[in-house]
Write a protein that binds this ligand. Structure first.
Ligand code: R5P
Length: 295
């Protein structure tokens, strides 16, 4: 039994100090529940409001992608530098050390391989398993304009509903088929549909023209997708421009793990995203780090 609390005189209630009601720093997240905000705060750094996610989920449709042949050897050393990891439950269970406390954004859709129609996806994870794996968010592709557009949107709304039940945010990825035009008009449409139908954040591609209209018209945070490997300066410039035009971070895969020096690249991307480092300075930083690491 605790002792009776007899120190009534010593108690301090600060009646003259109003209790602060905390707002929330992420776009569109003000009315979410505590658990969901807390998970988002693990992904998006509360100081900068931004995130550097490392995407390594490519194997779910294309097998051992270049750079991801041995995740244990080549990718696990990069993980401490990421704010969050986007991956499948298979890689999480088999290869990621459970002592790593980075937030996980778990890929929850799948079905077709690169040999088939990619938009023909279904949900591929039970929410119970996502909870069991202690994930910070769940994610899937949405194929606006694709052959199985409606199915992929239904996948998303089901995932959003399951996530809402347990306080787990959903990240929708706007997937682009070969036949679709990648311009701001398309991405405004795709991102807005994802947000309207409940995604708490959206991953989408950068476009050189009017990307700021894509971020402005989407009421939830947008993270920039990396896309295919391009020269390091171009990738850093793309990340810089996306952040300056309203992105709340990046979710990059090949432009990090296929770089000449992936560990230097991810740390350089961090500077661009969290410190607004300019592309030319970032390239210098990358090259210096690369040289140091080779010594
Ligand atoms: C994209 O549609 C998938 O989510 C990928 O497997 C991955 O996240 C792409 O990353 P990146 O294009 O930066 O290599």
């Amino acid at each position: 039994m605790p002792e009776a609390d007899t120190q009534k005189e010593a108690k301090q209630y600060y009646q003259d100090v109003p209790m602060e009601t905390h707002g929330f720093y992420l776009r569109g997240a003000g009315n979410l529940d505590w658990g969901m905000k807390n998970r988002l705060a693990r992904i998006f750094n509360p100081d900068s409001g931004k995130t550097v996610m490392l995407a390594i989920d490519h194997g779910y449709f294309q097998g051992p992608t270049t750079g991801l042949e041995r995740i244990d050897l080549n990718i696990v050393p990069l993980m401490p530098h990421a704010d969050a990891l986007m991956l499948t439950r298979g890689i999480l269970r088999t290869t990621v050390p459970p002592a790593l406390t980075k937030p996980i954004v778990m890929r929850c859709s799948g079905g077709p391989s690169i040999l088939k129609e990619l938009s023909n996806e279904q949900l591929a994870v039970d929410i119970e398993d996502a909870i069991r794996m202690n994930v910070a968010a769940i994610t899937l592709q949405v194929f606006i304009g694709g052959e199985f557009e409606t199915r992929s949107i239904h996948n998303m709304t089901k995932l959003v509903d399951m996530g809402l039940k347990y306080g787990i945010p959903t990240m929708a990825v706007t997937a682009v088929g070969k036949e679709l035009v990648r311009d701001a008009k398309y991405f405004r449409l795709a991102c807005r549909i994802c947000a309207e139908l409940g995604a708490q954040f959206v991953k989408t591609y950068y476009v050189p023209e009017d990307f700021d209209t894509v971020t402005a018209s989407c009421p939830v945070p947008i993270v920039m997708a990396g896309g295919k490997k391009i020269p390091e300066l171009d990738a850093l410039t793309m990340a810089y421009n996306a952040i300056q035009q309203g992105a709340a971070g990046v979710d990059m895969g090949r432009n990090i793990f296929q770089a000449d020096a992936p560990e230097a690249m991810i740390q350089t991307v961090r500077n661009v995203v969290h410190e607004n480092m300019k592309p030319a300075d970032a390239l210098d930083y990358y090259n210096t780090m690369k040289r140091e690491m080779k010594k």
